[in-house]
Write a protein that binds this ligand. Structure first.
Ligand code: SF4
Length: 268
């Protein structure tokens, strides 16, 4: 409130880098009209390989008001988008709820998607109970050490497990109508080379939460930004490394959400 800044480096006022119908998200979010994405500037994580480095770390974007963000939501709804997808929203939780208030008064009715890095406090998530329709968290690492090393996030795995359980208790498994998500969770896990994400710990946790979890095991990692400072992150995961994670998931009885995304965009 006095303008002090913390780990995420964002201030009191909302900052947005872009908003548009996105056709690259998961099928249940995209449908045929796209997912109404609003990209917030800054982030509460510092992933060394972040593809949106300029937005998440350098804070690229325009300072906006809750009213202006409400207008963006309405514009995306009017363009036919199936949902409002808030990308990296955590650090602006109160301001986004204020925007939502305006948007609902203007007729917003499509589902709200909370698209975050999974490093959320349970207290904040409890405030969002009954507001968020679809949680779209990452579970980036199956160890706290990896979270500290690659995202500067102490206790990442423990924090993320508590957060996902809270999200699950609020919205449950993914529910769709005519293939479009209206409630539940879509969980993303990005496979890193050299098993740097400790994926073998991630999938058992998700299966223990629900075997009906919708899990997008993503194979499109490629070294970027500060990833080159880490020998073990200087290459893409191999087909074998990615298929191994798929196999773990299937062996655990997880079946929803695996998309063969990696065949076309491996970088070698
Ligand atoms: S959580 Fe996502 S946006 Fe934030 S730093 Fe990591 S990769 Fe970038």
């Amino acid at each position: 409130m006095e303008g002090e800044k913390g780990a995420c480096n964002s201030g009191m006022h909302l900052k947005v880098s872009d908003h548009f119908p996105h056709f690259g998200e998961e099928t249940p979010l995209v449908g045929n009209k796209g997912s109404g994405t609003i990209f917030l500037s800054h982030c509460n994580l510092k992933c060394v390989y972040c593809q949106n480095y300029r937005i998440s770390q350098d804070g690229e974007g325009t300072t906006t008001t809750p009213g202006q963000v409400a207008d963006m939501m309405i514009k995306l709804q009017e363009s036919g988008c199936h949902n409002i997808n808030l990308v990296s929203p955590t650090q602006y939780t109160p301001q986004l709820i204020e925007a939502l208030d305006y948007a609902i008064a203007e007729g917003l009715h499509i589902p709200l998607v909370w698209n975050s890095g999974g490093y959320e406090s349970v207290d904040t998530l409890k405030l969002l109970s009954g507001i968020v329709d679809v949680y779209l968290p990452d579970i980036k690492y199956g160890s706290n050490e990896a979270g500290q090393r690659y995202s500067n996030a102490p206790g990442y795995f423990d924090v993320c497990k508590d957060a996902l359980f809270e999200m699950y208790s609020q919205v449950g498994d993914l529910k769709m109508k005519r293939g479009i998500a209206y409630r539940g969770m879509i969980i993303r896990h990005l496979v890193l080379p050299n098993n740097c994400a400790a994926s073998e710990n991630v999938l058992p946790f998700l299966a223990s939460m629900s075997k009906n979890s919708y899990v997008n095991i993503m194979g499109q990692y490629r070294p970027y930004a500060d990833a080159f400072k880490f020998e073990e992150l200087k290459r893409c995961p191999t087909r074998y490394e990615i298929s191994k994670v798929h196999k773990i998931a299937r062996t655990l009885g997880l079946v929803r959400g695996f998309q063969k995304t990696w065949s076309s965009n491996l970088c070698h």
